[in-house]
Design a protein around this ligand. Structure first.
Ligand code: ASP
Ligand code: MG
Length: 321
């Protein structure tokens, strides 16, 4: 029996009504005689809400505890979906990242999947269970819960597809595919039928918030066809594969970045300041895009928006106050 992996994003599992729609899709695959592995994100804005609440308690919450907190979001969706599928008469079981054998690197908040021990998943599939796995999380060698970085559930789904040699990996969300621009901003944007892994990686890393960029990397490496589609309609989605249909323009994206400048005479000789800035950037997982040094300033362009708390740290080390 072929295995398929089906991933649902946060807006697809946001409430009970939507969970029912998700359950119908899963049941359809199951009734077509597939082994079905489901990966879920946290419901709606749960992750944002949990982050906000933690940041109200502490300016710099401990990263390990943040992973314990954030991993709960996906557990809520997985267990609810399993409760619903069982009520609809189907055999199902929810598994957390560690129960599913997802082993990651050490770092909290941005761990990488290192290997997967799929024994529990395959045992449950052999019993004809629909296996629902919490996205975005795993366990590190210390036995601590880790998370994979925002949007990481896509990566869980594609990594599981690779390990289980799934026939296909479906990524369902509230948009039905990859467009030539963000359809929420550019109404004339057109949906693509196909896109190659390589093109998709460029899109993701340049700020298109469609798929987690690491999932595309894994898809390419292990040859997993990724099919994106909408949970709420049956329009054909976009297939991400090795196929390079044509060499035309695929999409136009905008990314918001932060440029931080330290201004004052003598900057081109201030190596120690630059070193400290890079240290803070590394501690906060900020990726530097470009550094530009002149006599009166050091400017650093980060690949993402830098929060004011981090700006405060830069201010402290640069001015000593
Ligand atoms: N719930 C996590 C997030 O909001 C992971 C995910 O949705 O993929 O970033
Ligand atoms: Mg996502």
């Amino acid at each position: 029996m072929d295995t398929i992996v089906v991933k649902f994003g946060g807006s697809s599992v946001a409430d009970n009504e939507k969970l029912n729609k998700v359950a119908r899709r899963i049941i359809k695959f199951y009734d077509e005689n597939y082994n079905v592995v489901v990966v879920v994100s946290a419901q709606g804005k749960t992750t944002d809400k949990l982050i906000k609440e933690a940041e109200e308690l502490s300016l710099k919450p401990d990263q390990r505890e943040m992973d314990v907190l954030l991993s709960v979001g996906e557990q809520i969706s997985a267990s609810k979906l399993s409760i619903l599928l069982q009520c609809l008469g189907y055999k199902s079981i929810s598994l957390t990242g560690w129960q599913a054998g997802i082993h990651t690197s050490e770092e909290n908040q941005s761990a990488k999947i290192e290997y997967i021990v799929p024994d529990r998943i395959t045992k449950e599939l052999e019993n004809r269970n629909i296996v629902i796995i919490t996205g975005f999380q795993g366990i590190n060698s210390k036995g601590d819960i880790t998370t994979l970085g925002r949007g990481g559930s896509d990566t869980t789904a594609v990594a599981l597809s690779a390990k289980l040699k799934a026939k296909q990996c479906y990524i369902y969300s509230d948009v039905d595919g990859i467009y030539t621009a963000d359809p929420n901003k550019i109404p004339q944007a057109k949906k693509l039928k196909n896109i190659s892994y390589e093109e998709m990686q460029s899109l993701s890393s340049e700020g298109a918030k469609v798929l987690h960029d690491r999932c595309v990397e894994i898809g390419e490496k292990y040859d997993v066809p990724i099919i994106t589609g909408s949970t709420f309609n049956n329009n054909p989605g976009t297939v991400i594969s090795h196929k390079m249909e044509d060499t035309g323009i695929k999409s136009i994206v905008k990314k918001d970045v932060s440029r931080i400048s330290v201004v004052g005479y003598g900057m081109s000789s201030k190596d120690e300041i630059l070193g400290k800035i890079i240290e803070i950037a590394n501690q906060n997982n900020l990726e530097i895009f470009n550094i530009d040094i002149s006599r009166t300033k050091i400017s650093i362009v980060f690949k993402e928006i830098v929060k004011d708390e981090i700006l405060d740290e830069f201010h402290k080390i640069c001015t000593g106050s």
